[in-house]
Write a protein that binds this ligand. Sequence first.
Ligand code: BGC
Length: 421
Amino acid sequence: MSESDNSALNFPKRFLWGAATSAHQVEGGNHNQWTVWELENAKTKSVQAEYHINEFPNWEHIKHEAKSANNYVSDKLADHYNRYDEDFALLKQMDMNAYRFSIEWSRVEPREGVWDAAAIDHYREYVMSLKRLGIEPIVTLFHFSLPVWFAEMGGFEKRSNVRYFVRFAEKIIGELGTNVRTIITINEPEVYATESYHYQAWPPAKHSNYLWWRVVNNMAYAHKRVAKSLHAMNRRYKISIAKNSVYFYAGDNAWLSRASAAVMQYFQDDYFVKKFIKHCDFLGVNYYQSERVYGYRIHNPTDKVSDIQWTLAPADLQYVLERLHQKYNKPIIITENGLADSEDENRQWWIIQSLIAMQRAMKNGVELRGYLHWSLIDNFEWAYGKWPRFGLASIDYKTGDRALRPSARWFGRIIKKIRSA
Ligand code: BGC
């Protein structure tokens, strides 16, 4: 599909075209469980980079950054907390009409039971700025960062702690009122539990199957409680989690490959989705990767990978959407989709493939309501730090300058055509 040939693209008038970020990854100046952990681990991570990620495709290019402790400390980042107006202007430049972001709980409630009026005002003004620009705000309440006090009392490990999250959700949504309509309670609960309680890659870096199981189930309970409570405030809120979905497929026709792919798919999606879906008005889907299964092993094609070595298979988004639609029959918003691509070599191709995949899925009955690209701007990629570049806009961390990458300018022109058709 070239720029002049987008005749095949036909999306509903009210389709949400946008991009996504999360507070800790872009705001800068936070103090939460992650910031504490970053400071404790930055030095070790900088030393380990040489051994852990030296096979990444652009190692020569990134090694200087990856071997510096500063890369693993979020610090000021894009200073989005103060410069959000500039970032909203980028959305406008791309003719987008939606934006997903998260509220940093540790700013709103820096100590247990103490609300920070200035932080609440900030987020109110933030949402109002979006509204004034005609951009639909999509709010995430938990996107991997927790207040230190909540983490110290055991975070989501304890069922009795869920009430603090519910109270925070009620408080901030109560303050934002009907200026927000679409709410993601929890971003990728299974990814959070697995990175934090299995791989030990994220705080609190524990390794315990029991805690993993407890966190997943407590998050499902937290989602249910928040959804019920917010719906009691306003039945019209549209609430979901953002579920990370990976597409598993058999690489050959062998019985074992097909059976393994089906089992892996079940434990990737259904095991979790079943716990949440009853209390979702739609399903938020994050898609980045698919996995090819031979026998009981994963063996992916290596022809196209991102800067963090994820296999690039954007067209499989179609199958992810169709499968989730067939199983759960809910409207879907793609709440994240994108790639780490510092040279902007593959992003335009990725977006084209994703648009085609979406279009096909819709033709096959998927009720798709929106597409939010990850990410609006370069950001802090958790355990990898700052060097992976996911942004439609690049950030120069020295000057704070932001600029749309060529693929983003192209995407903006496509969105404009689709929206004015
Ligand atoms: C997360 C983002 C992250 C992105 C790329 C998603 O799983 O929600 O926070 O930056 O993937 O790794």
